[in-house]
Design a protein around this ligand. Structure first.
Ligand code: ANZ
Length: 872
């Protein structure tokens, strides 16, 4: 067909490629260079949104380019299929979670296929399928046996009306249940944890190996792990109780003028004197009602109560009062601090609030501060230690020989404390009192206690015939038949664990399983996982910068230590793609969710008005979302323009890490560009033969060898454009600069259009090259055109073109002529012109003749191969 008809060619080639097995992962051999390209797998919500399309297009271009470069490419896709939405749908609409999930998967798989994404579907993974979660359970057992999974009490959200535990997402901003509207309470439950803290040091240290990750993500992980180096110092109360503290500033010990305990600290009752009892009790009750985030907010007014007791500062034997205050948290360090108000801002505010003494122990380098009275705020900067006994005069800092290190050494020498490294990272709470998740393979026996399910009994199947009401406890706990089992150790009546796992566990190892996804005897073959991993390029959203990526790194390290694989880090390179934004309308006079006016309701985009009130609307660009009604449905773009245009637009509009603003005119622009390439190729094909089949002239030209030595100037110019395009597009692809790569394709198309040598083999080389370079970006059109050019195999099995450096050398250069610094003209000079020759040619040039009018310039400035400035 001579007309570009995307729906027809796209479905034709998709079917053909499936038959060919084009995207099947090759077996690795000793000679293979492997490339593992992975997009973060989606939650099967029902349909793709534009963020998905962008993510998968980026990875697909990379995968296709690598295949053409001769790499053995693994490019798989799967489904992160457990989770709350399926359960909510079941409660709301009565569809079983499994059914809902598998329907959504079928729909989304179809969409992915219609986008021309080159996945190896034979490796598809679904985390809610028993052949996958069997191995998730197996992994849990390995963690358990290694002492890395344990149970302890932790608070959950409890809905007192529905009598059930709620996920955090089911509690609204006011702390009410999504269903019953009841005020949610905190309850303590025994729950499962994974000991990620045991790997905190490695997770931090190995960030250094991730040079292919965005700096921003590395920083976020570093902050999340939150390493603090300091000391543990033991204070004693006057009554002889030990009160250890963790401090990052042991060098300020002489400035500690009081202590503060978390209100929950176990010694509070013992330390409270009878006179203070009422006040302490009241304060503890108040603190219990506040969230951790609220308690650690920096701008909050400090509150607290004195216990009535004193401690002894171990370095100078001073008697200092012991307070309780909610800015000290029980979950960090020891739950007790030494307060140094002169040098810690929170302590400073607390001391001012309650009239406690402030003692300067760091002398700031300049500016009139000589005692604590001069301080407007805590001094946390540099200086030298003063009023600090043996440490006086030491410069303040964390480096070697500076105050913190010297203080730690001194404390260790005196036996008063020791170096301690603390992490903000907490162990990972993985228990969910939910139904649609991977069952935890544990049995509780009244005699044997916690008993792991024997490996040969895996998987512990999730019963599918359940009725979900959202009321009355965990759904699995209500299935008596399922819960009741015999203890595998002693045979007594026992009960299954009814918690399921956090779905982040399912996604912490799926990238490993892709290396051997159909293995039913082991989690994966060790040689396969070691050959394919690490993932060479991982692509996904910045919202996973911390949890998913940290958990995946943690799992990789544990599996390495279990001897299941032999690498330290799962993802060599990470690309976090930007958001897809769209024009978004809002009514400034409305508030909350009502503020956003769905684009579909705006009649005239040039004069947007509220459809209810007629008020004029404001326009901004915002990330596409359901709540703002500003989304563009990928289906619509597929129907109107086809997958190739959608892909080209997304890649051209912005570099992959940057946000992208949806723009219909630009989509149209890409469609026009593809149409033009289409015509260019077909005009070349039909010329000569007059038919669409490739006979006669075009075939001859494509066969003809380009003799570089005997080309005309026009041919040399076009050939330079062709090889420059190869060079630039290739380099841009290596750096994932897809937008400039597509600009390179456009330049090549223009050069072909402008070259008036359609009968030259150079022109044929240009046409052929254009189609090859287009293949990763617009795979269907490139295939169609490739076949029109007489290709016998798929374009996607062709070698990526390489450029001839000799073809890049310019014949001539353009030299600019200035007179007194003003641009007056230009001329062409041979590309190897010498400066002397350049000056001579400049003086002879038309511009010089006209503007100098016979005068001899006083000075001539030559910028070789660029410019000549004549000063008169
Ligand atoms: C004395 C001191 C003097 C401190 C000074 C700081 C500056 P990061 O960096 O976050 O690890 N702290 C210790 N445990 C705490 C808890 N459970 N709740 C609230 N604060 C706690 O912070 C460590 C510092 O935070 C510790 O060092 C301690 O205050 C405080 F000029 O000790 B510092």
């Amino acid at each position: 067909d001579a007309r570009y008809n995307p729906p027809a060619i796209e479905s034709k080639w998709q079917a053909h490629w499936r038959e060919l097995g084009l995207d099947r992962t090759p077996e690795l051999t000793a000679e293979s260079r492997k490339f593992y390209a992975l997009s973060m797998f989606p939650y099967p919500s029902g349909s793709l949104h534009m963020g998905h399309v962008r993510n998968y297009t980026i990875t697909d271009v990379i995968a296709r380019h690598k295949r053409m470069q001769g790499y053995a490419v693994l490019h798989p896709m799967g489904w992160d299929a457990f989770g709350l939405p399926a359960e909510n749908a079941a409660i709301d609409r009565g569809i079983p979670p499994a059914k809902w999930t598998y329907q959504n998967i079928a729909q989304m798989r179809d969409q992915l296929q219609r986008l021309g994404l080159s996945y190896d579907w034979e490796r598809e993974i679904t985390t809610c399928a028993p052949d996958y979660y069997k191995w998730t359970q197996w992994l849990f057992l390995q963690f358990f046996k290694a002492g890395l999974a344990y149970q302890k009490e932790a608070p959950v959200n409890w809905d007192p009306v529905d009598q059930t535990v709620l996920a955090n997402e089911q509690v609204d901003a006011e702390g009410r249940s999504w269903r019953s509207g009841a005020l949610v309470e905190k309850r303590l439950l025994k729950q499962w944890f994974l000991k990620i803290t045991a790997y905190a040091d490695q997770l931090l240290a190995d960030l250094e190996k991730l040079s292919g990750w965005p700096e921003r993500v590395l920083t976020m992980q570093e902050n999340w792990i939150g390493q603090s180096v300091g000391a543990r110092v033991v204070f004693k109360t006057e009554t002889g109780e030990e009160l250890p503290v963790f401090t990052t500033r042991p060098d300020t010990l002489w400035g500690a003028t009081f202590m503060v305990l978390a209100p929950e600290h176990p010694l509070v009752e013992k330390l409270t004197t009878p006179e203070q009892e009422v006040a302490v009790k009241a304060y503890r009750a108040e603190a219990a009602a506040r969230s951790e985030i609220e308690r650690s907010a920096e701008d909050r007014e400090k509150t607290g109560v004195w216990t009535g007791s004193y401690a002894i500062n171990p370095v100078n034997q001073e008697r200092i009062p012991i307070w309780i205050a909610d800015y000290v948290l029980m979950g960090y360090g020891t739950g007790a601090i030494m307060a140094v108000p002169a040098h810690d801002q929170r302590d400073f505010e607390f001391a001012r609030q309650f009239g406690l003494p402030i003692k300067l122990v760091v002398q700031p380098p300049q500016g009139g501060v000589t005692s604590a009275e001069d301080l407007q705020a805590a001094w946390t900067g540099e200086g030298v230690l003063i009023n600090s006994g043996p440490l006086n005069g030491i410069p303040v800092g964390k480096g070697p020989g500076q105050s913190v290190e010297r203080a730690i050494a001194w404390l260790e020498e005196q036996g008063l404390g020791e170096r301690q490294v603390n992490y903000r990272l907490r162990d990972w709470l993985i228990s969910r009192q939910r139904y649609w998740g991977c069952p935890i393979p544990i049995i509780h026996c009244p005699h044997c206690g916690i008993v792991p399910v024997p490996e040969e009994d895996l998987p512990v199947l999730l019963p599918e015939d359940v009725e979900l009401t959202g009321r009355g406890g965990s759904p699995l706990a209500q299935l008596e038949d399922w819960v009741k089992v015999k203890c595998p150790a002693c045979g007594a009546d026992a009960r299954r664990e009814t918690d399921t796992m956090d779905t982040f566990i399912c996604s912490s190892w799926y990238f490993l399983r892709f290396s051997d996804p159909r293995n039913d005897r082991e989690i994966f073959r060790k040689d396969l996982v070691n050959a394919w991993l690490p993932v060479d390029q991982y692509v996904g959203g910045i919202e996973h910068a911390i949890l998913h990526l940290l958990y995946s790194r943690f799992f990789t390290k544990v599996l390495r230590d279990l001897g299941l694989l032999n690498f330290d880090e799962p993802f060599s390179r990470l690309l976090t793609q930007g958001m897809v934004q769209a024009r978004t309308y809002y009514n400034p006079n409305k508030s909350g969710k009502d503020r956003w006016i769905p684009t579909a309701l705006v009649k005239d985009p040039n004069d947007p008005r509220d459809p209810e009130t007629g008020e004029p609307l404001q326009v901004i660009y915002a990330t596409m979302s359901k709540s703002k009604g500003n989304g563009v449905d990928p289906e619509e773009v597929l129907a109107n323009y086809g997958a190739d245009t959608a892909r080209m637009f997304i890649l051209f509009k912005a570099p992959p890490e940057k946000d992208l603003e949806w723009d219909d005119a630009d989509v149209e622009g890409q469609f026009r560009f593809l149409n033009r390439v289409w015509r260019q190729v077909y005009e070349f094909v039909v010329r000569g033969s007059g038919t669409e089949s490739l006979q006669g002239k075009a075939a001859e030209l494509l066969q003809a060898k380009v003799e570089a030595g005997s080309l005309t100037k026009a041919e040399r110019d076009l050939r330079r454009a062709v090889h420059t395009a190869i060079k630039e597009v290739s380099e841009d692809l290596e750096e994932y600069q897809f937008n400039t790569a597509i600009a390179g394709l456009m330049k090549l198309s223009n050069a072909l259009a402008e070259a008036e040598i359609p009968d030259s083999p150079v022109y044929a080389e240009g046409i052929r090259t254009l189609v090859l370079l287009l293949a990763p970006f617009a795979p269907h059109m490139a295939e169609e055109l490739w076949q029109a050019l007489g290709g016998t195999d798929s374009v996607h099995r062709q070698a990526w073109p390489t450029y001839d450096p000799a073809a890049l050398v310019a014949d001539t250069v353009t030299i600019v002529v200035q007179v007194n610094g003003k641009l007056r003209g230009s001329f062409e000079a041979p590309a190897d012109v010498t400066p002397q020759e350049q000056e001579r040619l400049a003086l002879q040039s038309e511009a010089a003749q006209r503007y100098l009018q016979g005068m001899t310039p006083k000075r001539v400035i030559v910028v070789p191969k660029k410019l000549v400035n004549l000063v008169v």
